[in-house]
Design a binder for this molecule. Structure first.
Ligand code: SF4
Ligand code: FES
Length: 248
């Protein structure tokens, strides 16, 4: 049987060498079950060790292998080459500065946007340790379970036209994660989160295009989480006018 080969056109850049952006093509033999990430690893191991890209788990867990494949944001360790014909293009994720080749800089998300929404459980008063865990029923957990599947892969930011136009936009994953904690029965910090979410560059800048949810490889639905948060934010605002003493 003839071996199938695929042509992989990789967008490359290395600012240290001041080469500009260019496309380099590689021929890769394809075996059944190979993912786009496997093709890149083949290139680096067998053809060109200078190609830079990021990955870790190969299991769709670490979130580090996001790239643009045939113009779409994809998690490359989960992107089967059987779904493509004889040629593919691989480029860095859109909307992020490129460090080198396929490696993008996500510091703005990790150091500013994500911490800005306090994505952790906040308690006004911690219960004493000898009282045990904060218990939760399966129904309570189901309220936020989908949003908790986020792996910070940045595909939703790459797909988001608002983030493309407004780099200060808090963005889909951070707001979906804010909702993950707002909906958690053990949390008491939604007031602080909503003051960020209702402020500039957050909920009200989302135009509900929905591409974030289409791009998400983990079944998170940031578009829906943001629209639900808008409803809650509007109710909180109305309540703050009518009953200012009731705000948490
Ligand atoms: S919401 Fe989905 S696409 Fe966005 S960072 Fe999380 S896992 Fe990735
Ligand atoms: S390598 Fe970890 S998600 Fe792809």
């Amino acid at each position: 049987m003839l071996e199938r080969r695929i042509k992989v056109n990789v967008e490359r850049q290395n600012f240290e060498l001041q080469e500009g952006i260019y496309t380099q093509s590689y021929e890769v033999p394809v075996m059944d079950g190979m993912m786009v990430l496997d093709a890149l690893n083949y290139i680096r191991d067998e053809i060109d060790s200078t190609l830079a890209f990021r990955w870790s788990c190969r299991m769709g867990i670490c979130g580090s292998c996001g790239m643009t494949v045939d113009e779409q944001p994809r998690l490359t360790c989960q992107d089967n080459l059987n779904e493509y014909s004889d040629e593919i293009s691989v480029a860095p994720l859109n909307n992020f500065p490129v460090i080198r080749d396929l490696v993008v800089d996500i510091d703005d998300f990790m150091q500013k946007k994500l911490p800005s929404v306090s994505p952790w459980l906040i308690r006004k008063e911690e219960a004493p340790l000898d009282e045990g865990e904060y218990l939760q029923s399966p129904a309570e957990m189901a309220k936020y379970a989908d949003n908790s599947a986020c792996i910070n892969c940045m595909l939703c930011y790459s797909a988001c036209p608002v983030y493309d136009m407004e780099p200060n936009f808090v963005g889909p994953a951070a707001m979906a994660l804010a909702q993950r904690y707002n909906l958690d029965s053990r949390d008491q910090g939604s007031g602080a989160r909503y003051s960020v979410l209702s402020g500039p560059d957050a909920l009200w800048d989302c135009t509900f295009v929905g591409e974030c949810s289409v791009a998400c490889p983990k079944g998170v639905n940031p578009a829906e989480a943001i629209q639900r948060a808008k409803v809650e934010a509007a109710q909180r605002w109305a309540k703050s006018i009518i009953m200012p003493w009731s705000q948490k």
